[in-house]
Ligand binder design. Structure first.
Ligand code: AHR
Length: 672
């Protein structure tokens, strides 16, 4: 068997395109030749991963299990938003924000609840409406915690309850019998009985004796994935686990950078007990971040799903107002902050920050291979700025952590980055398909490998359509086939809360509301790609591949004849309708043939396998398909499009298989 090492495009990934073929029946038969004796690349074990940041209520109101919104009363400086005073008939009370009774330096504003008139059946309280309601399920234990302090003379209890928005139905309750006049943390369990599943509920804290209490860091958690305290929502974690992601790139994205240095992801403010975390304004995406999903929670998330952390670090550049630091002494505090962050992640308990991590609950160091310096620093237009900033971070990290691989976010010349993070958002499925074979043409040289750290066909709102998923699957075929160069990839954004007001960015992989979650067609395509592939890429050649005309938008469109001026309409191009690759598991010998058919008709493909004497006649196929490009999944129809498994018969080294319209297929077959 030959392993071809390439400096330039793979000669055997030959794709002959037949323009504007509209009907599979009348078309020249498509030919796919697989060269089982020619391995062109090895599939990177980190090829399929996840990218995440606080956007579209990804953590607060999303993956992070916290049910109370505005738990430390900072979302709004003037009003206790998401909190309302409640009282039984005849009771009299009030609520207000109070900065005169701070919990600590991180959380200086508390909620003061005063009952002027209260008695056994006349309660005064405060209700939190959660992130579009508090989800109630039967026979479920909720963990409540809060910091409270009573005014002198208050001798009553605090009643905690999950209450329906419709009528006087209390789903679960608990009591804090007595309060101190000093700040103390109180915890309780509220367990539902035979409650119907619903989201239209509130979390209520009330008192039945007159007096005042101050509250802060009020929290309510449902059961979490792996029962982690301060952990993650189970259904979403289970969806992610099914994707078998190899890594997690965090914490952004624009969220890492913030609009200003003060609103960056300031990791030291995201560790330790929640009561010590101030939270911050996520001004990139315009909402408050509780920072309950802090640095250690990201690492726990990696641990839970067996993912490699890919740590994005703040590189002295924020998004607005020229907020960047010059290389040299001005930048040094941020370089130091990064070295400390790496120590928090990887250091033994005998190091300063490793000891802090141990104190925070994780004595064992985490395994870290990749650190990314900034995010999309190509956006920093000041000449030499990223070059200089990258060099300063690179030198410091290399010196202290010589084994770490360092990712640049845009090409650099004065230091040898190990990896470059490239981002591609395409506005149509044709545009994505047109570019899907780009990496075949990328020159191979001794230089950085590629991390396609954000990519998506942006068609579909809130989540991608089937048409987008087909463009995405075509793109993934190109990444997989070129995995000698592209060593990691992650779709973005990962999450969207589909409740009203939850979305800042259209076209996101996984959607959810207060109660349930669903995967988009692209989610299922990704799941297929990460579940079904070998470690060896086999040479393939395709002929008579159908295509259709695509008009690149002005000012974009990539290769192809360039317009004379940027304003001029570019020349129309042919966007392929079918895509192929083949990988083999070197241990089992199973060959995985992936085929995307974006056409509206079924296409028979004649598949021949060279370099293999015979093939087992039976195998298994996995197919994702739908009725048309607009077909999609949604919160109310979550599994309209999902993969099905089919038995394959009649396989040989020379056979024809018909691929349905609008489909992604993986054929699994084995030589004998
Ligand atoms: O994925 C959404 C945004 O797109 C990311 O925050 C940013 O890195 C990119 O511009």
């Amino acid at each position: 068997m030959k392993t071809s090492r390439r400096l330039f495009p793979r000669a055997l990934t030959l794709i002959l395109v037949i323009p504007s073929v509209v009907s599979g029946q009348n078309a020249t038969p498509v030919e796919l030749r697989i060269h089982a004796d020619q391995v062109t690349a090895h599939v990177s074990p980190l090829l399929y991963g996840l990218m995440t940041e606080e956007i579209n209520y990804s953590y607060d109101g999303g993956l992070y299990g916290e049910l109370v919104r505005n738990r430390n009363f900072k979302e709004d400086a003037k009003d206790p938003v998401h909190w309302q005073m409640v009282s039984d008939e005849g009771a009299v009370g009030s609520i207000s924000l109070d900065s005169g009774t701070p919990l600590n330096d991180a959380n200086r504003v508390s909620l003061k609840l005063t009952a002027a008139k209260a008695a056994a059946h006349q309660s005064v309280g405060v209700a939190n409406d959660g992130f579009c309601g508090i989800p109630v399920r039967p026979r479920t234990a909720y963990h409540a915690s809060l910091w409270a302090k009573a005014a002198p003379g208050f001798a009553g209890a605090l009643n905690l309850a999950i209450v329906s928005n419709h009528g006087p139905v209390i789903h679960a309750r608990a009591q804090v019998p007595q309060l101190s006049t000093e700040w103390r943390k109180y915890e309780a369990t509220l367990t539902t009985q035979d409650a119907a599943v619903s989201a239209e509920n509130r979390f209520v804290i009330s008192m039945t004796a007159p007096g005042s209490v101050w509250l802060n860091m009020v929290s309510l958690f449902p059961p979490t994935y792996n029962n982690r305290p301060n952990g993650n929502r189970k259904d979403i974690m289970e969806m992610l686990a099914r994707m078998k992601p190899a890594f997690l790139r965090f914490p952004g994205g624009n969220y890492l950078e913030g609009n200003t240095v003060a609103t960056r992801f300031d990791w030291k403010k995201t560790i330790g007990d929640n009561s010590a975390r101030p939270g911050h304004m996520d001004d990139s995406w315009r909402y408050w971040s509780s920072d309950g999903m802090g640095l250690l929670e990201f690492l726990d998330w990696c641990e839970d799903l067996h993912m490699e952390p890919v740590l994005g670090v703040y590189a002295g550049y924020s998004l607005r107002g020229g907020a960047r630091f010059k290389p040299g002494p001005d930048l040094e505090p941020y370089v130091k902050e990064t070295l400390e962050e790496i120590e928090y992640v990887t250091g033994g308990p005998n190091t300063t920050w490793g000891a802090r991590r141990a104190k925070d609950g994780h004595p064992a160091p985490f395994h870290l291979q990749y650190v990314e310096i900034g995010n999309e620093d190509g956006g920093d237009r000041e000449t030499g700025s990223y070059e200089g900033r990258f060099a300063q971070f690179f030198d410091a990290i290399r010196l202290k952590y010589p084994d770490l691989k360092i990712i640049a976010t845009t090409p650099v010349t004065t230091r040898a980055a190990d990896v470059i993070d490239e981002h591609y958002y395409r506005r149509s499925e044709d545009e994505m398909a047109f570019h899907a074979n780009d990496y075949d043409l990328r020159r191979r040289q001794a230089g950085p490998r590629v991390f396609v750290g954000e990519w998506a066909t942006r068609v579909g709102d809130p989540t991608p359509t089937l048409g987008a998923a087909l463009g995405d699957a075509a793109w993934m075929i190109g990444l997989e086939r070129n995995s000698d160069l592209v060593i990691m990839s992650s779709y973005a954004p990962l999450f969207v809360n589909v409740n009203k007001g939850g979305m800042q960015w259209q076209t996101d992989l996984i959607g959810y509301d207060t109660l349930s979650s669903y995967g988009s067609p692209t989610y299922y395509a990704q799941k297929m790609f990460s579940s079904y592939h070998g470690d060896e890429v086999l040479a393939t050649g395709a002929q008579a591949v159908p295509s259709r005309e695509w008009q690149p938008p002005a000012g974009r469109g990539g290769r192809g004849p360039a317009p004379a001026t940027p304003q001029q309409t570019p020349m129309p191009q042919q966007a392929p309708l079918m895509f192929f690759d083949a990988t083999r598991d070197s241990r089992t010998g199973v060959i995985f043939v992936k085929v995307v058919n974006r056409a509206s008709t079924a296409y028979p493909v004649h598949i021949s396998v060279a370099g293999m004497a015979a093939m087992e006649p039976s195998g298994e196929g996995v197919v994702l398909k739908g009725d048309g490009p607009q077909d999609t999944n949604s919160i109310t129809n979550p599994e309209k499009i999902k993969p099905t498994t089919v038995r394959l018969d009649g396989l040989s080294t020379n056979f024809t298989h018909t691929f349905p319209p609008f489909s992604v297929t993986v054929l699994q077959m084995k030589g004998k």
